[in-house]
Unconditional design. Structure first.
Length: 382
């Protein structure tokens, strides 16, 4: 195992992000005595977590790690942590009696662990709103108590039906640091990225186009229905489809609205649709509209760069550092303060697959000598 890979696995284990396979790989690596030394030195240096030999107490490990999670109030860690106790014990035994101890003040003073903010997903139903916990399974009801759908953990599924009456809208707001899915009443699945708002009908109306309103970024898997074309309305450009898969990136801070087509066919247009102002995309093409401009351009692209976020990956291709930190802020719900303006214009290429932010920061530090300081959820680039 390379040094970078071992450090990556250690960080993922410490931040409770490692998969079972990764923990098993780390455990196998720790069978070598020299690797145990590397592990302990890395943990002590980067996380202010001490190591003590011949004092292993599995009960104390469970207690102290649980307290540490509760203290930091990080729901994401809580969700994943319970399944790791036995693997923590395996690693501790492999280290010959190593254990973590809770020292909050010391840990914070080292300023090496990011503590992201924890904001709620909000579902607006008419004049009422409720918070959605991605761990819940529950029915969603309207103001009259009628069940209109069901929350299944990180997906909201609406009852399949078309309405014969007036449109009734719901709005869902996804905060920074989270993603969510909504399955609309026609069966269309919408993957919502962090910092995104989607307004949509509880039920679509018969003999009318299916219309939704998007601010942020979403990946659509549209259910085919020739009688009811599907429209995505953004502040800058509109998208019309019959049944297809595509990504729309229309964050308010972006200079462009980008639509990337993965499968099927879509048309893009500004304002009112006419035969003259429609631009049609084929799979593998990106259509773009710059704010304040009427023209819609298109080009051939690698669609994976634009859809990798759906599976938890971050891909940066010829991206400026300023653009990168904007995406990192959304992904991890943190704040970057970049005091290095020259660095902000530098171009980078990188890919991260479901990595904790500590791994991302360490990559930029090791690969590009980028210096930074952490204060809970604020990261200052020097």
């Amino acid at each position: 195992m390379t040094v970078k890979k071992s450090e990556r696995l250690i960080v993922k284990f410490i931040t409770n992000q490692a998969s079972h396979e990764e923990i098993e790989e780390l455990t196998e690596w720790l069978k070598e005595e020299e690797n145990q030394t590397v592990f302990k030195d890395f943990v002590k240096t980067n996380y202010a977590i001490d190591t003590t030999l011949n004092t292993f107490d599995s009960t104390e490990v469970r207690k102290q790690l649980s307290e540490r999670i509760q203290k930091e109030n990080n729901v994401f860690y809580k969700r994943r942590f319970s399944s790791y106790y036995k693997y923590a014990a395996i690693l501790i035994v492999a280290l010959g009696g190593f254990y973590f101890y809770k020292n909050t003040e010391k840990s914070h003073s080292k300023q090496n662990v990011v503590i992201p903010r924890e904001d709620e997903i909000v579902l607006q139903l008419g004049n009422e709103s409720q918070n959605l916990d991605p761990n819940d399974d529950k029915n969603i009801t309207d103001k009259n108590g009628n069940v209109i759908g069901r929350q299944e953990k990180d997906r909201l599924v609406y009852t399949k039906a078309y309405s014969g009456g007036a449109l009734v809208y719901n709005t869902i707001r996804i905060p920074y640091g989270k993603k969510f899915e909504v399955q609309l009443s026609d069966g269309t699945l919408v993957h919502l990225n962090a910092g995104t708002t989607l307004r949509y009908p509880v039920q679509f109306v018969k003999n009318q186009n299916r219309q939704v309103y998007l601010l942020g970024e979403a990946y659509f898997e549209v259910e085919k229905d020739k009688e009811h074309p599907f429209d995505v309305n953004t502040q800058n450009v509109n998208v019309e489809v019959l049944g297809t898969k595509f990504n729309v990136d229309t964050y308010s801070e972006n200079t462009n609205t980008d639509v990337v087509l993965v499968e099927g066919k879509v048309s893009l247009y500004k304002d009112q649709k006419t035969k003259e102002n429609q631009v049609f995309l084929k799979p593998g093409e990106k259509g773009s509209n710059e704010k304040g401009q009427f023209a819609i351009t298109k080009e051939q692209v690698n669609t994976e760069y634009y859809t990798a976020w759906v599976k938890g990956s971050l891909v940066f291709k010829n991206a400026s550092f300023e653009d990168i930190i904007k995406k990192l802020e959304r992904r991890y719900n943190v704040t970057f303060i970049n005091r290095n303006k020259k660095l902000g214009r530098e171009i980078f290429n990188a890919r991260f697959d479901n990595e904790p932010i500590e791994v991302v920061l360490k990559y930029f530090s090791d690969s590009y000598a980028i210096d930074y300081n952490i204060d809970r959820d604020k990261i200052t680039i020097k």
